[in-house]
Design a protein around this ligand. Structure first.
Ligand SMILES: NC(=O)c1ccc[n+]([C@@H]2O[C@H](COP(=O)([O-])OP(=O)(O)OC[C@H]3O[C@@H](n4cnc5c(N)ncnc54)[C@H](OP(=O)(O)O)[C@@H]3O)[C@@H](O)[C@H]2O)c1
Length: 310
């Protein structure tokens, strides 16, 4: 029997991290679809040996600590999820954001190469300015509008050419802090919500992304990849749909424009940043489910006791 693939995961306590650690351990995460096997293979419990590192275990802004940790653990693959993800706060905290997202990612790439491991780093649709008018493919030019997006683009450029970079967008996990929990809480307590309907993007379930990342861990393709659930939407549409699943009528969600947000968000966001997953599908990997079925799965898992970790 072959020995397990050693996988080091940074950001393992984040919303994608908890689902990825479950998935690599052969467990379907809360809200996950056990039938989603993009490469047609199930995950055996002894296929991977997982080293799951939270912020507490490893601060990726400390390059010496990153090198020591990677040299000591000798992974085959590093899935790098740790990130500064507070998009608005980053506008007034750019140095800290760059230290984690850009310099931290560079450290992981250098350390991976030092021990002959493959790096899979996660990036974002916010590397784009939203002006294309149709779904973004991997070859499109990046032009971030905000500090977070710029720091993630800097990270992409600091990675080595043979690293794998997975861009994803609008991530929602049962155990993460995200917009869907806010929508569900308000829907269930009889309140109403207002959401913008002039920003279009692609929702991604953390559990589906986690399973897609297992395929990347196995295949180690290198280069840029867009991974997201199928279909484009707006936050207003997500709220309206989630409200209807939870029994609320059309009055639950009101559409507003970005200019109506009060207070105005610190960070500019792209008007249209949906990600084309044609490259993923060209490898004959199964497309991820339509976002509506993912939202139903998340709401069901939430009703069964799943919820934000804090
Ligand atoms: N969430 C989205 O909508 C979205 C969209 C596109 C791309 N992405 C990308 O997807 C990846 C995973 O995101 P996520 O949603 O799982 O984010 P998340 O829930 O915010 O998790 C990020 C994790 O990184 C940790 N972290 C922050 N600074 C660190 C440091 N200096 N050293 C080590 N760990 C640190 C955080 O720990 P603490 O909380 O303890 O600081 C947190 O557990 C990130 O690369 C993110 O940029 C996310």
């Amino acid at each position: 029997m072959s020995s397990p693939t050693r996988v080091l995961v940074t950001g393992a306590a984040g919303q994608v991290g908890v689902d990825l650690v479950d998935t690599l351990s052969g467990v379907t995460p809360l809200g996950g679809d056990p039938a989603f096997e993009p490469d047609g293979r199930s995950v055996d419990r002894d296929e991977f040996e997982v080293l799951a590192l939270s912020h507490h275990d490893l601060d990726i802004t400390d390059r010496d600590a990153v090198m020591k940790c990677v040299r000591g653990s000798r992974p085959d693959v590093i899935v790098h999820l740790a990130a500064y993800t507070a998009v608005d706060r980053a506008e007034v905290d750019a140095d800290a954001c760059y230290a984690v997202n850009a310099t931290g990612t560079e450290s992981l790439s250098l350390a991976a190469h030092d021990v002959g491991a493959h790096l899979i780093a996660i990036s974002t649709d916010y590397v784009f300015d939203g002006n294309k008018g149709s779904a973004y493919v991997e070859e499109d030019s990046a032009n971030p509008l905000n500090v977070y997006g710029a720091s993630k683009r800097a990270a992409e450029l600091l990675c080595a050419g043979d690293d794998t970079i997975v861009r994803t967008s609008w991530v929602m996990g049962v155990r993460g802090k995200n917009v869907l929990h806010v929508i569900a809480q308000r829907a269930l307590s009889g309140e109403t919500v207002r959401f913008v309907d002039d920003q279009t993007g692609t929702v991604t379930l953390a559990s589906d992304l986690a399973r897609a990342l297992v395929t990347m861990v196995r295949e180690r393709p290198g280069g840029l990849w867009h991974v997201a659930n199928a279909g484009t939407t707006t936050w207003f549409e997500v709220a309206q749909f989630a409200g209807s699943v939870l029994g609320r009528d059309e009055g639950f969600a009101t559409p507003i424009s970005t200019d109506d947000l009060d207070p105005a968000p610190l960070a500019r966001r792209p008007i249209r940043s949906d990600l084309s997953t044609k490259k993923w599908e060209s490898r004959r990997w199964t497309a991820m489910a339509p976002w509506r079925s993912g939202v139903i799965r998340l709401l069901e898992a939430r009703a069964l006791g799943g919820g934000p970790t804090s």
